[in-house]
Design a protein. Structure first.
Length: 736
């Protein structure tokens, strides 16, 4: 029996409203996952079959979390379909792909494979790869996310883009190569699902009858194709329940359409709307900061977060002299919280707008010996050595996958160069023969030279052995056999280079990953494994005590006891690009809102007056978001024109409990004729961790010591007073 008393009144009303279209505005930390899970559980308890319930999430993590909560409430006998959009569509296409011209064992090409195909297209068209690769891929993805084929996309851009014809010709050729390879990219999974439903109404009707109750999480992040899928699937029964927050719509750059949630009531007749504004994550002071910022956006539904928990500490702001001192200020506060408040490394997040800003913080963290990881960095399955191994498996599952075949034909090196591959590909094109068939029939080929045939023959023998092993070995035994057959240990270790040794270790990590997967699913096939890893996120690291450094986008959905938001300068955040885009600053402001609401207990926001960017030091002014976060109405345009006075009108002295940052180099010269009193001629004993007493501030602990001799400085934490920095020779400090 569900205990609905665990829900607050707003949550309970949304859960109990089971029929028709329902929109739930769920503010940050307001328990949206709980509401979604209770809604599904309540339907099942009412007698609705789990077979008739669909729940769509946006991440694999959210999918797993929802499943775990639901199984804990009802038991594992009740299993509605809970998946991401991409995994849902992939599963549907695996069943019906032949209806739209694909085999059921189609490959799913990731970003790396897509880039290789578009390079091939550009070479064929004699177009500049550096100039057009990213641009063409962006247009293709945009077209698919809008649900437009090449003809319709040409109509959409022909008056806006002088390269419209080249773009759609590349789009056509790109799709042709995918089809020849029996492959789809990520965007195709959704695009082709809609194509399937439109061309085969009987298939659509089947899934409409199955999914009588549809739930969609993070609805503010849906694009036009996802909106169309939701509309098509829910058309018959009209029972669609969506949860989202327009204030957290931060993926416009990849196709998310905020109008999907703002115009929900127009798209679905008689829709009912609920708002979840009680926050269970952050203190009231942090929520006030978030509310101060987001209220400046005009394209939003009016709402305000609140909490019944403690008021908490005020947000701390810092205007640093430069990016070095900004990073030092962050590190000083981290050390103090760890020492006085028993914070762990994993309790902290340092958030920036772009990856380019993490460098200073990484340097300081390394120097301080604080373990950290860059969140959202290079994914395990995207690494070259892993992609090489997976390409062998892709060919064995889908022999039409020419992209994978050309990747492995000379891996490990077997003397097959690009010219040999070009000869073979050219032969296949003229003979209208699949590349795989040409390789497997290489010994009977009369059109190729003996030299070419001899080089390909060794590769063919490897494929013969692997095809045989695939039939006789389970997946775990096969992957071990594959690494042994390719002699990868010798290949990676013979040069004794650290990079290659790491690649061998990563290859072994893949073996370990497959071993873990087959433990939970002993009958796991190669086909299922490839589909899973293509659609899943990275292999997660073990839960270690590491501080997180990352972009604000990468940590959406996470929470930390203490959050540092750094790099808040005009032109950096908001970015200069966003200032020239319609509603660009509003999306940047939503990014700021998301970053703020990751914090549970402590929030720190900083900017730098000088930052090293684009190979030079630039003078910058504080972001408008800093003014807004403090509840002020100032705008950057109101600052004095002369750079030397830009900071004079910012009266923030009372906002800084810690010592304001000053230049770490080029200290102010002593005034001639005036000498400071020397308290400590010998400063050797003043080291990090040492206990001291100060004449005025009492007992403290040294956090950081920099400099030498009489120029040595110490950063010291005083309990109840915060952090202060002193020149040791001239400060009234003594060791305890």
């Amino acid at each position: 029996m569900l205990n609905l008393d665990l829900l607050n009144d707003s949550q309970k009303k949304a859960v109990l409203d089971t029929e028709g279209a329902v929109l739930v505005f769920a503010g940050a930390g307001s328990g949206k996952t709980r509401v979604l899970t209770y809604r599904v559980a309540y339907l099942i308890e009412k007698g609705v079959s789990p077979w008739n319930i669909l729940a769509i999430t946006f991440t694999n993590k959210a999918t797993n979390e929802m499943k775990e909560r639901l199984y804990a409430m009802l038991g594992e006998d009740y299993k509605p379909w809970i998946d991401t959009f991409h995994k849902l569509c992939s599963a549907i296409l695996r069943i019906h792909a032949q209806k739209i011209g694909y085999d059921r064992n189609f490959s799913i090409f990731d970003t790396i494979a897509s880039e290789r195909i578009i390079k091939r297209v550009l070479r064929e068209k004699h177009m500049d790869e550096k100039k057009y690769k990213s641009k063409i891929l962006h247009h293709i993805s945009t077209a698919k996310n809008m649900g437009l084929d090449s003809d319709n996309y040409f109509d959409y851009i022909r008056l806006k883009n002088r390269d419209a014809m080249d773009i759609v010709e590349c789009y056509d050729r790109y799709q042709q190569i995918l089809l020849e390879n029996n492959a789809m990219d990520f965007d195709d999974l959704l695009f082709n699902a809609i194509k399937l439903f439109k061309e085969h109404p009987d298939v659509l009707e089947y899934y409409q009858n199955r999914f009588q109750y549809i739930h969609i999480d993070e609805f503010q992040d849906t694009n036009q194709v996802q909106m169309e899928l939701a509309r098509m699937l829910s058309l018959k029964w009209g029972n669609i329940f969506v949860v989202g927050d327009d204030d957290q719509s931060i993926y416009g750059w990849r196709g998310a359409n905020i109008d999907n949630i703002l115009d929900f009531e127009k798209s679905f007749k008689n829709a009912k709307v609920y708002k979840l504004m009680q926050n269970y994550r952050s203190t009231q002071e942090i929520l006030c900061t978030a509310n101060n910022v987001i209220r400046h956006n005009s394209s939003r539904k009016e709402k305000m977060l609140f909490t019944d928990s403690e008021k908490g500490l005020k947000t701390e702001f810092n205007i640093a002299f430069n990016d070095h001192s900004e990073a030092e200020w962050v590190l000083e506060n981290i050390r103090a919280l760890k020492y006085h408040n028993d914070y762990k490394n994993s309790d902290f997040a340092i958030l920036v707008r772009t990856n380019a800003l993490t460098r200073q913080f990484e340097i300081k963290l390394k120097q301080a010996g604080i373990p950290y990881c860059v969140y959202g960095g290079y994914k395990f399955f995207d690494r070259q050595e892993i992609q090489d191994i997976l390409a062998y498996m892709r060919v064995l599952v889908n022999p039409k996958d020419d992209e994978a075949l050309t990747r492995i034909i000379n891996f490990p090196r077997r003397g097959i160069g690009d010219s040999t591959i070009d000869i073979l590909v050219d032969y296949c094109n003229k003979a209208e023969k699949p590349l795989f068939d040409a390789v497997m029939d290489i010994n009977s080929n009369k059109d190729l030279s003996s030299a070419v045939k001899n080089k390909i023959s060794a590769f063919k023998e490897v494929l013969d052995d692997l095809l045989s092993a695939k039939q006789s070995l389970d997946l775990y035994e096969f992957i071990k056999y594959l690494l042994e057959k390719l002699e990868l240990e010798k290949y990676y270790n013979e040069k004794n280079k650290e990079e290659d040794i790491n690649r061998w270790e990563n290859s072994l990590e893949l073996v370990s990953h497959i071993k873990e997967q087959t433990k939970t699913n002993p009958s796991l096939t190669m086909e299922e494994f490839l589909q899973t890893i293509t659609l899943e996120s990275d292999v997660q690291e073990e839960d270690t005590d590491k501080l997180i450094v990352g972009t604000m986008h990468s940590v959406k959905g996470l929470e930390f006891r203490a959050v540092f938001i750094a790099g808040c300068e005009e032109g950096v955040f908001p970015s200069s690009l966003s200032m020239n885009e319609e509603n660009g600053v509003e999306e940047e402001r939503r990014v700021m809102y998301v970053a703020i609401t990751r914090a549970k207990e402590r929030l720190f926001i900083s900017c730098a007056q000088n930052r090293f960017r684009f190979n030079s030091v630039q003078s910058l002014i504080p972001s408008r978001f800093i003014y807004e976060a403090m509840g002020e109405q100032k705008t950057p345009e109101s600052q004095p024109a002369r750079m030397g006075r830009r900071f004079e009108s910012i009266k923030y002295e009372t906002a800084f409990p810690s010592t304001p940052s000053t230049p770490t180099y080029n200290p102010k010269p002593q005034i001639q004729g005036k000498r400071e009193k020397v308290y400590n001629k010998d400063t050797k004993g003043f080291v990090a961790g040492a206990k001291i007493t100060h004449k005025k501030y009492g007992e403290g602990t040294i956090l950081v010591v920099t400099g030498e001799g009489m120029s040595k400085t110490a950063t010291i934490a005083f309990e109840g007073l915060g952090i202060k920095k002193f020149a040791l020779a001239n400060a009234p400090i003594a060791l305890k």
